[in-house]
Design a protein around this ligand. Sequence first.
Ligand code: HEC
Length: 105
Amino acid sequence: MNKTLVSVVAVFGLALATAAQAADMPPIGKAKCGSCHAVDRKMVGPAWKDVAKKYKGDAKAASKIAASITKGGEFGWKMGKMPARGLGASDADIKTLAGFIAGLK
Ligand code: HEC
């Protein structure tokens, strides 16, 4: 009985760890955005998963998210202001990151 419970917990824990890895922030995100954002929890700015939810079902999600990142400012999260391009992301970085964020579930 106890053994079964332990192995169920172990398998579940492993599944969680794998899921967390799958949604890991790309290195460029860690460098240019990671001081204010995380994928699945609020920090200075919103969790990127919550941003993905905001744009869910929008065919232009990735380009709208890219426009927000490029411009910076306020997007209705009431968390303050985001600096344009975060900590200096290039157009190519922003494209990569917007695609990553739009693809989160
Ligand atoms: C200095 C902190 C800071 C940095 C660095 C930063 N952000 Fe933000 N970000 C914020 C804040 C604060 C908000 C929420 C603004 C508001 O209240 O509407 C935000 C909002 C966002 C949103 C939501 C846009 C929307 O349309 O709702 C996205 C996407 C985002 N950030 C992506 C990024 C990316 C990608 C980077 C790195 C290139 C980055 N951020 C760097 C603070 C930051």
